[in-house]
Write a protein that binds this ligand. Structure first.
Ligand code: UDP
Length: 325
């Protein structure tokens, strides 16, 4: 039995990870400031005696000192995410991502606890050399375009984690998530799948940004949490970065059509220019595809859910939310 601390454990991925760890009989402590996470995400876990949670920010030194001292492993998932949020509130994104990670690593080093850091495929930026390999170059845009502050803040977190590993021998693992989706993800901060599904179920128009030919590889959250837990248990993963994502590429236009069809919806598809959707000068990524050979080699992982199965799960989730009012 492991004692896990999940920062951002009331968020979308964090709450699924908490659930998966509890199912294995691990102990789980969650720390979350509920800025983008929600108590609803963990309400079904609170009766479990192996579960505890603290509602506070991860820069709260006293609480973090106690929680990190008491745990065996830290899953650092707390971060400001979502392209729309980044464009709307870049100060919060930059400050919370950098300060938060710095606090977690510094206290983890004090007690020598392993840290699994949630990072993002966004760190590869707008490089057109797909698929992205863990040692590929980052290609970021200018600092005048807020979007890149997220990639930069996460790249800084990765640098810092690796610096702690190299200088102080702190065990760290970097996990680069590629468009993780599933039940409980909200569309409030920009994520495309929950937005499309909600609109298709409501018979409202789906808004495709740009020409819709940009592509992504959507990965089911349960496949992601399986990878995260396996990486935590694998000594060979220490000091390394891993892409965690599906390799099934789909354009956003295809995604919109498939969502409408699977929801048996009559919603129309509208095309909205990027400038209108985000901010003037917004730069999108044309293709985002992981090379997954490293994670396959290290933990023999591959996703079990294809895009249709993922959409089915999200549609079922939003249908049941609508039914419960
Ligand atoms: N997108 C869209 N309509 C929406 C939300 C997003 O067309 O309502 C597009 C977005 O511009 C991007 C893709 O869908 O090209 C994926 O967006 P998301 O924010 O989910 O993830 P990203 O890959 O941008 O981090």
């Amino acid at each position: 039995m492991v004692k896990a601390l999940i920062t951002g454990g009331a968020g979308f991925i964090g709450s699924h990870l908490a659930e998966a760890l509890l199912e294995r009989n691990d102990e789980v402590a969650v720390v979350d400031d509920l800025s983008t996470g929600s108590l609803d995400n963990i309400a079904h876990l609170t009766a479990n005696p192996r579960f505890q949670f603290a509602i506070t920010g991860i820069t709260n030194e006293l609480v973090m000192d106690r929680l990190i001292n008491q745990c065996d492993v830290i899953f650092h998932l707390a971060a400001a995410v979502g392209v729309e949020l980044i464009v709307r509130d870049p100060v919060r994104v930059i400050e919370s991502n950098i300060k938060g990670c710095e606090t977690v690593l510094r206290i983890a080093a004090r007690y020598r606890k392993k840290v699994l850091l949630a990072s993002t495929s966004e760190v590869y930026g707008k490089s057109e050399r797909v698929p992205f390999r863990e040692d590929s170059d980052s290609v970021l845009g200018p600092t005048s375009i807020s979007r890149w502050s997220y990639a930069c803040s996460k790249a800084m977190d990765e640098f810092l984690a690796l610096a702690y590993y190299k200088q102080f021998d702190l065990p760290v693992v970097l996990m680069r998530f590629f468009n993780t989706v599933g039940p409980r993800q909200t569309g409030r901060y920009g994520m495309v799948v929950p937005r499309f599904v909600r609109r298709a179920l409501a018979g409202e128009p789906l808004e495709v940004y740009g020409d819709g030919q940009q592509s992504r590889c959507f990965t089911d959250v349960s496949d992601v949490t399986r990878a995260v837990i396996a990486l935590a248990e694998t000594p060979a993963a220490i000091g390394e970065a891993f892409n965690i994502g599906s390799t099934q590429e789909v354009s956003i236009e295809q995604l919109a059509r498939l969502t409408v069809a699977m929801c048996q919806s009559s919603s129309e598809i509208r095309y909205i220019p990027y400038d209108e959707a985000y901010e003037p000068g917004f730069e999108d990524l044309r293709r985002r595809v992981p090379d997954t050979s490293k994670i396959r080699r290290t933990i023999a992982w591959q996703p079990e859910h294809d895009l249709a199965a993922i959409l089915e799960r999200v549609i079922t989730y939003y249908r049941s939310l609508a039914a419960s009012g």
